[in-house]
Design a protein around this ligand. Structure first.
Ligand code: MD3
Ligand code: FE
Length: 208
């Protein structure tokens, strides 16, 4: 379903097998070095989701090749299959003409426990305007998709469930968005995941 221009939600995009393989990969990436970490903002805040990065390491508010706000290890590489999945996702959601000419080179994976939230924000630390790809696994959440001008209304609330794809291109790439709540114990039981995982794929636009 189209939620805004170039913002398309594709429920059930990833089947159970693909969700399971994603979860297994995330558990592997979460291990140290350069594993899952708690993110502290410069203002003294602590993000309630925990995060692991591939390709480029995101810290508030920039990117580095090492985990500057964690163990200092080199960031894990982004595997080719994941970059390819990014292209497939854009093609399915927005059409083949929207697939960027340069490969996806950043993955940010956020893990949400039942009490985790993500406040309204814009993703503006990348140089490329290529569409952002988001894949959800585990518990259902409320995803709030806003506008490019303010953190507040108007916004649209959408439930994201395990296996759902969301792609944000064009003007929607710079819209405010957040996760105001996660519904505990709503993950498919056979997954064996307590909580929610969200993987976003991005194109950095960086030279190195
Ligand atoms: C719209 N993640 O990683 S996914 C993030 O569920 C982030 O973990 C949320 O916001 C999550 O930055 C929301 C949907 C999403 C992701 C990135 C976007 C929407 C976006 C970037 C630009 C516009
Ligand atoms: Fe975001």
């Amino acid at each position: 379903a189209q939620v805004a221009p170039d913002a398309v939600h594709v429920p059930d995009w990833a089947d159970a097998g693909r969700q399971r393989r994603f979860l297994a990969a995330c558990r592997d990436w979460a291990r140290p070095p350069a594993g899952l970490r708690t993110v502290h903002t410069p203002g003294g805040g602590t993000m309630t989701s925990r995060q692991v990065c591939l390709g480029w390491h995101w810290y508030p508010y920039g990117y580095a090749r090492t985990v500057v706000d964690g163990d200092g290890a080199p960031v894990k590489p982004l595997p080719d299959w994941l970059a390819e999945l990014g292209r497939d996702a854009v093609s399915d959601a927005l059409g083949p003409q929207a697939v960027p000419p340069v490969p996806y080179d950043i993955a940010l994976i956020n893990f949400y426990g039942a009490d985790a939230r993500m406040g309204m924000h814009r993703d503006s630390d990348e140089k490329s305007g290529a569409p952002v790809v988001s894949l959800s696994v585990g518990d259902t959440c409320v995803f709030r998709f806003g506008n490019a001008r303010t953190r507040t209304r108007p916004y649209t609330d959408v439930e994201l469930r395990s296996g759902d794809l969301f792609v944000f291109g064009g003007a929607s790439r710079l819209a405010y968005h957040g996760v105001p709540r996660v519904y505990a114990d709503t993950a498919p039981p056979e997954l064996g995941l307590v909580g929610r995982l969200n993987i976003t794929l991005r194109v950095s636009g960086f030279q190195d």
